[in-house]
Design a protein around this ligand. Structure first.
Ligand SMILES: C[S@@+](CC[C@H](N)C(=O)[O-])C[C@H]1O[C@@H](n2cnc3c(N)ncnc32)[C@H](O)[C@@H]1O
Length: 262
């Protein structure tokens, strides 16, 4: 708890909403869970790194790579990317101290604290609508897509609706139906952003979540992408994200992570 509190009070955040809406707290909780579940999580991180390398191998130019949802950076092959590309842009709402320390040696790696949906500031005030991925001219204000040779969405897609939806339910009492519409919009607009890039796109995302009881029986399963249709899965693996005994529930949670490179 002390470590968590220390991180919370000493991590700088560029976007106040990252702290106010709970993203910083969530990032710290994830980092603490990773320490407890190292064995289960490291295989997943390795799989992500290998997948990003596969996407990079398909690039015909290597000017800029952008990774959305970079977070801890543990699933990012940082040394390799810094060598391969002129510029490496790592985007997330929050970066804890370890991530900040890891990028220090690289002059061509930038951490960018940015809301990739551009919707959170309005959601924080009660808006139940996602912003379109691109402006009417087909551009993104904070990202010149014409410079990007590889655009990666890293364990992010299923996470996009979670905090805004629970914030709006808690503070503005939105209905389940409104939540459903917003979640689908956030996911669809993120896919639109990815698709707007003419370089190599790499989508690494949870595609199915299963809950398993102490006997190893499946007790529940759901689509974490709110039934939005997503690019076809080319390869996948299971990530035991919550092993048995990790939290106060009698079930484990296994996420099926799927990859689409296109
Ligand atoms: C499951 S974590 C994955 C992070 C990292 N790839 C890792 O495994 O440590 C999802 C990440 O998405 C970030 N995130 C969620 N919503 C975001 C948004 N609207 N804009 C940018 N980042 C966001 C969170 O801060 C978190 O770091």
């Amino acid at each position: 708890m002390l470590w968590e509190a220390w991180q919370y009070f000493t991590t700088p955040v560029a976007l106040p909403l990252a702290k106010e809406m709970g993203f910083l707290e969530e990032a710290i909780a994830m980092a603490a869970r990773r320490k407890r579940c190292r064995a289960e999580w490291d295989t997943h991180f390795q799989n992500c790194q290998t997948t990003i390398r596969e996407a990079v191998e398909r690039c015909t130019q290597k000017r800029k790579i952008v990774i959305m949802g970079a977070g801890s950076l543990l699933d990012v092959p940082l040394d390799y990317l810094a060598q391969e590309f002129d510029e490496v842009c790592l985007i997330d709402l929050v970066f804890l101290k370890d991530a900040r320390k890891r990028v220090k040696p690289f002059s061509n790696v930038r951490l960018i604290e940015q809301d990739v949906t551009d919707s959170l500031a309005a959601c924080q005030k009660g808006a139940v609508q996602a912003k379109p991925a691109l402006n009417p001219q087909g551009h993104k204000a904070w990202l010149d897509l014409s410079e990007v040779d590889c655009l990666v969405s890293l364990n992010l897609l299923s996470q996009l609706p979670l905090i805004p939806v629970s914030w709006l339910m808690k503070h503005f009492g939105i209905s389940e139906q409104q939540a459903d519409v917003l979640a689908k919009q956030l996911i669809n607009e993120h896919l639109n952003l990815l698709n707007a890039c003419s370089g190599v796109k790499c989508l690494i995302a949870d595609r199915w979540v299963t809950e398993i009881d102490t006997q190893g029986q499946e007790v529940d399963g759901f689509d974490p992408l709110w039934e939005v249709s997503v690019p076809e899965v080319q390869k996948s693996w299971d990530w035991r994200v919550i092993p048995l005994g990790e939290i106060n529930t009698p079930t484990a949670q296994v996420n099926r992570v799927g990859v689409s490179i296109y």
